[in-house]
Design a protein around this ligand. Structure first.
Ligand code: NOJ
Length: 559
């Protein structure tokens, strides 16, 4: 399907967009070095266009030592030379816009990398200097400052403070201050109370907006404002513990002032640039604040991603999120997979595994304990995806989910690159299993990805490659293409009505123009509602059957 180039100034394009996340290093490699690159994205613009998405979101492609897969940024206003150049970026944006696809880039404001010029300057400067004031440097506790300033712990394991060897002043050459990093030690946290930091991120937003990007995904948006008043408060859990804005690290009220400033910058453009907050805030009343029109405009909600495959849960989440989005003036977001979580066909394949810890243990077993029923996992994932793609709001898809990829749960340990693996002393494998470079061509070397990929591809990728699914009736790729194409017809208005069903395992909703989505979450087939005519089923996640809806299947019905 050809769509018009991006030239219309529709300021609300994002409200019901299908956004496809590209993890550039794992998408397509044109140089043969085993790392995906920006020209690789441009080269696949026809594929993206045929898929029917409205926008791509590029995970970080900035210069980086890859201590955290690029979320450790050396320079916010450049391209990693291994991934291309700024000219390649411009070519990518131009090609995307020609294909009617908008471009969202990832902004990582909570922390830079330890190679960032500002952090290097901070290390070289003395305690108390303006250079140090862009980050959180503090003296340690204990007689000799040998203890970290607080008991805070970091994501990926270990403490959240690292002590530096001073280069200046009376302590030169000796251990001195500590700096804060909520993630790996290569990711020092910025001090957002410092106006220089605020101004510099405005410059970064304008830099990419001036290059034509249409929006921004904001990494760890809820962590920027911190309570650094001394003595630091104790906090040994890396989650939000209170829902009133008084947690020392997350979701503090002051963060909204920062994003109000960002909105003013984003509104300098016509149409205004879109933005979506990655804010793992469980309290919906607080999460919606990030999505206000005076702030970022949208916030991810990961509720469906975290829910079991269950009719009652899915419906309750959809209802709640739509009300919540409405209240904030935003539209809802929906996500099943991204670069941080086990791919959803695998999640749904292992019964009795739902918490993060259980999932981590399953990964550590190489995906064998408990055993995964992959056929069932994919069946459920396809049904869940069609349930979700019919909802009003924005659907965020992760590269490879349109191929029905499973998690590569048995990556060899010596291939793992996620800091989680190292910082947990090899107790938690981390997120590499969803980041394995894509299989494009079943018969080509490295499945058509490019050079020998930075994470090894499993043999079963041959059955999942785009080349074998392209044009194949019933393939997951064709299901996504059909759904994304029909989806445009569903979107006349941003609402839905639930139609009650006798079976608790079946959910059914109707969009205002008469399109309907019916999902049987149960394992057993369910009778089709008497008013449903099978001839109206234009799309099914499984094989449709006369007078019933098979187990773990979604139907889309035309009016
Ligand atoms: C969230 C990103 O999605 C994740 O990949 C990254 O490790 C952390 N933020 C730190 O930037």
């Amino acid at each position: 399907m050809t769509r018009p180039a991006v030239s219309d100034p529709n300021p609300t394009w994002w409200r019901q967009a299908a956004v496809y996340q590209i993890y550039p290093r794992s998408f397509a490699d044109t140089t043969g070095d085993g790392l995906g690159d920006l020209p690789g994205v441009t080269a696949h613009m026809n594929y993206l266009s045929a898929l029917g998405i409205d926008a791509i979101w590029l995970s970080p492609f900035y210069p980086s030592a890859l201590a955290d897969g690029g979320y450790d940024v050396d320079d916010y206003r450049d391209v990693d030379p291994r991934l291309g150049t700024l000219a390649d970026f411009d070519a990518l944006v131009a090609a995307a816009h020609d294909a009617g696809i908008r471009v969202i880039v990832d902004i990582v404001p909570n922390h830079s990398s330890d190679r960032h010029a500002w952090f290097q300057a901070a290390l070289a400067a003395a305690p108390g200097s303006p250079e140090r004031a862009r980050y959180h440097f503090l003296d340690g506790l204990g007689a000799d400052g040998e203890l970290p300033p607080s008991d805070w712990i970091s994501h990926f394991g270990g403490g959240a403070w690292t002590r530096v060897i001073e280069q200046r002043g009376p302590n030169a050459g000796r251990p001195g201050q500590w700096y804060l990093h909520l993630f790996a030690k290569e990711q020092p946290d910025f001090n957002w109370d410092n106006p220089e930091v605020r101004e510099d991120f405005h410059t970064t937003l304008r830099f990419w907006a001036d290059r034509g990007v249409d929006g921004f995904r904001v990494d760890v948006a809820h962590a920027l404002a911190k309570d650094m008043a001394l003595p630091l408060r104790s906090k040994t859990i890396l989650d939000i513990e209170v829902d009133d804005g008084t947690d020392p690290l997350f979701d503090r009220d002051a963060v909204h002032d920062i994003f109000a400033g960002w909105r003013r910058v984003l509104n300098e453009y016509d149409p205004p640039k879109a933005a979506v907050a990655e804010a793992w805030v469980p309290f919906t009343n607080r999460r919606l604040k990030y999505a206000r029109p005076t702030e970022l405009g949208q916030a991810f909600n990961f509720d469906l991603l975290q829910a079991p495959f269950d009719a009652v849960e899915f419906r309750a989440i959809a209802e709640k999120c739509l009300v919540e989005a409405d209240a904030s003036g935003a539209s809802s977001t929906w996500v099943f997979s991204n670069h941080d979580v086990v791919r959803h066909p695998s999640r749904y394949a292992v019964d009795g595994v739902s918490t993060r810890e259980e999932m981590e243990a399953w990964l550590m077993s190489g995906g064998t304990v408990p055993p995964a029923d992959l056929e069932r996992g994919l069946r459920r994932a396809r049904a869940a995806t069609l349930f979700m793609l019919g909802l009003p709001g924005s659907a965020y898809l992760f590269q490879g989910e349109e191929l029905g990829l499973f998690e590569v749960a048995d990556l060899p340990e010596d291939a793992l690159a996620d800091p989680t693996w190292f910082r947990s002393n090899h107790r938690v494998k981390g997120r590499d299993g969803c980041r394995v470079p894509l299989p494009w061509d079943a018969t080509a070397a490295n499945f058509g990805f490019g050079g020998p990929p930075w994470l090894p591809q499993p043999d079963w990728f041959a059955h999942k490659a785009a080349s074998v699914q392209d044009g194949a009736a019933g393939s997951t790729l064709e299901m996504y293409r059909a759904a994304l194409s029909w989806r445009r017809k569903l979107q006349a208005e941003e609402s839905l009505a639930w139609v009650s069903e006798p079976a608790a395992t079946v959910s059914r909703y109707r969009r205002p123009n008469g399109w309907e989505v019916i999902t049987n979450f149960g394992k057993a087939p369910a009778a089709l509602p008497s008013d449903v005519v099978l001839a109206k089923v234009v799309l099914s996640s499984g094989e449709p059957a006369a007078s019933l809806i098979p187990g773990e299947t979604t139907y889309w019905l035309a009016p």
